[in-house]
Design a protein around this ligand. Structure first.
Ligand code: ADP
Ligand code: MG
Length: 280
């Protein structure tokens, strides 16, 4: 009860700085000495009901992803990813001292504010205006994954790499939101999670007729055939194929813009890895 009150006080205090958010955590932009600090307060995930069940499973010893652990653990995990990526030279916001030391008991993350736009809003301008950026993004990702496989480093995957968790600032891509890490998993599994999450959300942000172009570009830049094969077999060799295909169809009837894992692997299989610019 005491914690709930403290959290409530803190959120009230931060309210004037709230960022409009479709996310589950509360996010804020706090002005400090002429600069901005990004603050995120860890809260329950939506839907709340599922969140509470998975938290309970975690408490009785059934391991759940980091996002279903207590807020303090989520903060510690996210900070360790951020530190690690920075040490290895990848682009992430820098952790800063909290502007609210009095609320240290309410777990929150404070980082430099990235002045940029989300990859989602870049993509809304259409494929051709984002092609150069996408080449950089996919090539950087390929190099990062190569390093991860070479050094057996599971912290180098951005498992929740959707287009709202990648910010474009000064021609660089900055990755945010590492709460979904699965550091106990095999490297290939995490790599497949990152690739599928990113490509599905990129596909959904572009027009349907631009998807083949972008997946072909990815194949050209990423160049890890083993991953593409592993991704394809993790989808098409799961048990209960008929059931998954049926669910897949239902999802698309409800939302025709939806890109499913089957759409992704089928398209990746059928497109060639094209050289940039060759389709204009
Ligand atoms: N350091 C930052 N600077 C600027 N914007 C950020 C920063 N970190 C996150 N964001 C923006 O805030 C959104 C929510 O933060 P995020 O860490 O993704 O929380 P959630 O776990 O709720 O998705 C992100 O999708 C991103 O657009
Ligand atoms: Mg996010």
């Amino acid at each position: 009860m005491y914690f709930r009150n403290r959290e409530h006080d803190f959120l009230n205090r931060l309210a004037p700085y709230a960022l409009k958010s479709v996310h589950s955590n509360e996010a804020y932009r706090i002005p400090i000495n002429g600069e901005y600090v990004f603050v995120k307060v860890y809260g329950p995930k939506k839907p709340r009901f599922m969140y509470e069940i998975r938290c309970m499973l975690n408490r009785i010893g059934m391991r759940q992803p980091i996002e279903y652990r207590p807020p303090r653990k989520r903060k510690e995990c996210e900070e360790s990813y951020l530190r690690h990526w920075r040490e290895k030279g990848f682009h992430v916001p820098e952790i800063v001292v909290s502007p609210f030391p009095k609320y240290e008991d309410v777990p929150h993350l404070s980082t430099t504010f990235v002045n940029g736009v989300t990859l989602k809003s870049l993509l809304q301008k259409g494929y051709s205006s984002s092609e150069k950026n996408l080449i950089n993004l996919f090539t950087d990702m390929s190099k990062r994954h190569q390093l991860a496989f070479r050094t057996q480093d599971n912290l180098l995957f951005h498992v929740d790499a959707n287009t709202q968790n990648i910010l474009a600032a000064n021609n660089l891509f900055v990755h945010v939101d590492f709460e979904m890490g699965h550091p106990w998993e095999a490297l290939m599994e995490s790599a497949c999670r990152e690739v599928s999450k990113l490509l599905i959300s990129v596909g959904e942000d572009l027009k349907p007729n631009e998807r083949e172009l972008v997946y072909s570009l990815f194949k050209k830049c990423y160049r890890n055939k083993e991953l593409l094969d592993s991704l394809a077999s993790s989808v098409s060799e799961r048990p209960f194929q008929k059931f998954h295909r049926w669910r897949n169809k239902r999802k698309k009837i409800r939302d025709p813009r939806r890109v499913t894992l089957y759409d992704l692997v089928d398209t990746l299989r059928s497109v060639k890895g094209n050289y940039p610019g060759s389709f204009h």
